[in-house]
Design a protein around this ligand. Sequence first.
Ligand code: F6P
Length: 318
Amino acid sequence: MLTSGGDSPGMNACVRAVVRTGLYHNLEVFGIVRGYAGMIEDDIQPMNSRSVANIIQRGGTILKTARSKEFRTPEGRKKAYANLRKRGIDGLVVIGGDGSFNGAQVFSNEFDIPCIGIPGTIDKDIAGTDFTIGFDTAVNTAVEAIDKIRDTADAHDRLFIIEVMGRDAGYIALHSGISTGAEHILIPERKTDIEAMLRSLEEKEKRQKLVNLVVVAEGDDFGGGNEVSKIIRERLPNADVRVCILGHIQRGGAPTCLDRVIASRMGYSAVECLIEGRHNVMVGIVNNRMHYTPLDKAVKATQKISEEWLKIVKILAS
Ligand code: F6P
């Protein structure tokens, strides 16, 4: 088992579930340190029940994580396979995002080793699952921060631009923006009508509604919060504008109950899949039931952003 790509809160709960379910079935379980990089460098450790004690509540990942360029080469994958073979490892669980699943898919095609993917990313941008491990924690961290920003925005009558994570995905922006009453939400999946936004902010200024929150995903059309602030300042020179970039605090911290539960269910299911011979799938949860998507279809989902949600933002933020 390995964790790969950006870490996400709940990965540890998932590692624990994989280890303990494997041991329950009398399997030998190994943890690969630093993702695919550790597989190539032979940084692989046997895990027992105690190795995963006292981690269910911790953010980050005890297995560490990395993005490996070498694993993208056939030579790198060959070395990685040799390290698995010499330990008699005959199944792989990969906890990560779609990039990590691509790697797993290529690897299992080349070497005939069954791989199971578990969606672990704060971005929630994976097709075939309603949840990804870490999203709920990250979005609640953003909500807590934005609520605090609203207090100071209100005290000073300020317009705040808050940048949240999401290079390619607007789910954190959308959920945190709706739940904190943001006036505008800018996401990578939709082209922003900047003129309409500026007109609406001008109109609010005229009627002395000076406290405004604009939530921007880092990968929006304009390149994040600082860029959006330049455009707003130019058009509204009298507005008292501040920018807050939440950044990596969204990736850390104790996982929420929801993230711990889905991580435990997915980790358990991944091992069951390997045992039952349901290979090369990503384990997801859809309508509260386990759902299995072939690894090559477990790609970035960018089209699920609902028009209705965007309409709700407009109506509620008047
Ligand atoms: O994929 C998760 C994520 O946190 C994105 O939201 C963000 O754009 C990216 O990772 C940041 O990556 P890094 O930590 O490598 O800067």
